[in-house]
Ligand binder design. Structure first.
Ligand code: FAD
Length: 501
């Protein structure tokens, strides 16, 4: 099969459509650079949709003295709340106090640092708490602490960065794998292969960014034939989704006897998200699934704290991902650094590889990456991402926007208006345009998912298969039955054929 040569020399080519790849592509495109990005599967299909979905400083990291990371992450909470008020919102956490696990003075010191290490404009500080009879925790747990962090729709954060990068001129290719990147006359010649058609194409670029997450080390050796200066350790983390455990909107951070912590997070109105685990993964990063042992571990921690007792049968769904952590040779996976390392291999054609990182700090990571590339791409503009909203984020307040949607489109109903506000912000106006009654939104696939929304996701947000819509663009996979999911898959396939014709 021959590969068509692209004559254009791009400034930057990014491999990997997770949060770090799309974050770097977006930042670079906004600085006027010519940018391309390829993702071998769906955007956010790997680690970046399998996180605990927290924009957090990481209270636990203070125990490991990761002050730089915690400070940067705490500051990013306020930045991301402003940039993306549709998909990021404040969350109060309850930390039940059990003196035999961590003494009160230690928790108070940690929370004092947490309140003061980073800049806090809108998020309330921490406080001590008495847990009364309304608490869903066991009656013997009467004391606790309360503090702030934030929630994020991780997969949509990736999507919005890709969308904004595209709006600023970047080319985003999904289902397209980089199979080789070689150096020629000081530039990169990058061979891409479409995984559906096998069609190959070439891109040329001055700088290559390897943002392949868990594949970072394999990519350096396999696709560029260079040596990796850092190793990664893949640490699997799994989550369980169960029917809602608490009626309020607060999250719980539970301490386990082994020193680890487990979150119980309010999820998609009717569910609780429980996670996570830390265990070494050595196989293919694609082949990762929650084991029975992980499920039992998480259920036991929850059952030790909550009045309601959960069994395996209560699990509605699970998901797992692998943290691509820079190998710092720690013996304990929980203690390994969550900070990022950027490795610039500045042989004649520069290769920048991303090791580790958090969803929370993706924007700062992108700025740091571009700062390292400044000498090679001196025409780049100045940093801009701290203040400009992500697409759909120009709504002010999420609740006010949902109220406006109900007023202007009464046929949506409150639940769907709230879902649109929290997933799309003002982007939903694109597919609501011209809709005056429910029928104007076309086919109904169930749970408020209509043809207008699905076609928008296919045409504008790179959705190619039912799972892209059900688990990453939305979380309606939790609500549609199998027949409805098949109906959706058939519609997407037919719609794509019509669009391709
Ligand atoms: C269980 C768990 C919980 C977490 N919780 C949080 C949290 O609450 N808050 C937080 O801030 N962080 C959290 N994290 C960390 C965060 O999720 C990751 O650091 C982040 O998602 C990594 O993003 P990435 O872009 O580097 O990697 P990925 O999201 O894995 O993206 C890499 C992409 O590269 C693509 N790719 C690989 N090879 C190629 C190729 N040859 N060609 C084209 N594409 C390729 C892959 O398909 C993949 O989509 C958590 C992580 C885990 C696992």
């Amino acid at each position: 099969m021959s590969a068509a040569i692209s004559p254009k020399l791009l400034d930057l080519y990014v491999i990997g459509g997770g949060i770090n790849g799309t974050g770097i592509a977006n930042d670079a495109a906004g600085r006027g650079l010519e940018v391309g990005l390829c993702e071998q599967a769906d955007l956010a299909s790997a680690t970046s949709s399998a996180s605990s979905k927290l924009i957090h400083g990481g209270l636990r990291y203070l125990e490991h003295h990761q002050f730089r990371l915690v400070r940067e992450a705490l500051r990013e909470r306020e930045v991301l709340l402003r940039k993306a008020p549709h998909i990021v919102w404040p969350l109060r956490f309850i930390l039940p106090h059990q003196p035999h696990l961590r003494p009160a003075w230690m928790i108070r010191t940690g929370l004092f640092l947490y309140d003061h290490l980073g800049k806090r404009d809108s998020l309330p500080g921490s406080r001590r708490l008495r847990l009364d009879t309304t608490s869903p925790l066991k009656p013997e747990i009467t004391q606790g602490f309360e503090y702030s962090d934030c929630w994020v729709d991780d997969a949509r954060l990736v999507l919005l960065n890709a969308l904004q990068a595209q709006q600023q001129g970047a080319e985003i290719l999904v289902r397209t794998r980089c199979i080789e990147a070689r150096e020629e006359n000081g530039h990169w010649i990058i061979t891409l292969e479409n995984r559906d058609t096998g069609h190959r194409q070439i891109r040329r670029a001055k700088v290559l960014v390897n943002a392949t997450g868990p594949w970072v080390e394999r990519f350096i050796r396999g696709q560029t034939q260079r040596e990796s200066r850092y190793g990664i350790r893949m640490i699997q983390g799994s989550h369980l989704i169960v029917p809602r455990l608490n009626t309020d909107e607060r999250a719980y951070i539970l301490q386990n006897r082994d020193g680890r912590i487990v979150f119980v997070l309010p999820y998609q109105q009717d569910f609780s998200l429980i996670g996570t685990t830390d265990r070494r993964h050595t196989g293919d990063p694609d082949k990762v699934a929650a084991s029975d042992e992980e499920a039992d571990y998480l259920l036991e921690v929850v059952n030790t704290h909550f009045q309601q007792q959960l069994k395996r049968d209560d699990i509605v769904a699970t998901f797992s991902g692998v943290r691509p952590l820079c190998d710092d040779e720690s013996a304990d996976p929980s203690a390994m650094t969550r900070d990022y390392t950027l490795d610039l291999d500045a042989q004649s054609a520069p290769l920048l590889s991303v090791f580790g990182g958090k969803i929370t700090t993706y924007r700062k990571l992108a700025e740091a990456a571009l700062a390292q590339l400044h000498d090679r791409l001196p025409e780049m503009g100045v940093p801009w991402t701290a203040t400009r909203p992500l697409p759909g984020g120009d709504i002010g307040n999420q609740h006010d926007f949902a109220t406006r949607l109900v007023r202007d489109y009464p046929f949506l109903g409150e639940a769907r208006a709230r879902r649109y506000a929290a997933s799309y912000g003002s982007l939903c106006l694109t597919f609501l345009e011209g809709c005056r009654k429910a029928e104007d939104m076309g086919k109904d696939f169930g749970a408020g998912l209509t043809q207008a929304e699905v076609d928008y996701l296919t045409d504008h947000e790179w959705a190619r298969e039912a799972d892209d819509v059900l688990w990453r663009r939305t979380k309606l996979g939790l609500r549609l039955d199998q027949a409805q999911q098949q109906h959706l898959a058939a519609h997407i396939a037919a719609h794509r054929q019509v669009m391709a014709a």
